[in-house]
Design a protein around this ligand. Structure first.
Ligand code: FE2
Ligand code: FE2
Length: 192
């Protein structure tokens, strides 16, 4: 999965700073981190797998939209790669492992490792991904908004009564498609 990620990344993301951003990913836990503590792909390498799934889902959603909607402006592949592959970069250096106790099949207590949230940079979720990426490469407004609102109506801002996600979806089709791609990846591709 790591190899596939690097191949897609290097093939499609060429703007200034892209190599430094990839170096950053290499020095972080991006390629070993899980995608969640207990929901989808809660396993080593889950995050990189999920990122590829979202990229692939987003690419096919964009192609579908292009085929049926003449007003849809097909994004550059670089944009689809940046948004898909990096939307959850906020989950790097975000998880830790804790030992917990449970009874095994013989009824004997045993310790087992468990992923927990240990956020080293508490900056939110989509907004944190935009913040981290922007430290290396310049994002277009469309890319920044798609990444910022990829959680859709599960975003804390919406839950607290904010309207920005709906406004963003109305203005930026890529933001809608990114949210749908994320949902399809986590709920269909990665369901157990
Ligand atoms: Fe996310
Ligand atoms: Fe995601």
């Amino acid at each position: 999965m790591k190899e596939k990620f690097i191949e897609l990344y290097s093939e499609h993301i060429k703007r200034p700073g892209a190599e430094k951003l990839l170096d950053y990913l290499e020095t972080s836990d991006f390629f070993t981190a899980p995608a969640s503590t207990r929901f989808h792909l809660s396993e080593q390498g889950g995050l990189v797998k999920h990122s590829i799934n979202v990229y692939e889902r987003l690419l096919s959603l964009c192609k579908y939209e292009e085929s049926r909607n003449e007003n849809f402006k097909m994004p550059e592949t670089e944009t689809i790669a940046i948004v898909g592959l990096l939307h959850d970069i906020c989950k790097t250096n975000f998880y830790g492992v804790e030992m917990r106790n449970r009874k095994n099949e013989q009824g004997v207590w045993e310790k087992y490792p468990c992923y927990v949230v240990d956020d080293k940079l508490p900056y939110g979720h989509g907004e944190k991904s935009v913040y981290i990426i922007s430290g290396f490469v310049k994002l277009s407004r469309e890319e920044a908004i798609a990444i910022r609102w990829h959680m859709g109506y599960s975003d804390n801002d919406f839950k607290a009564g904010g309207y920005s996600v709906g406004n963003a979806f109305g203005k930026y089709p890529l933001a809608v498609l990114t949210h749908v791609a994320d949902l399809m990846a986590s709920s269909i591709d990665e369901s157990e």
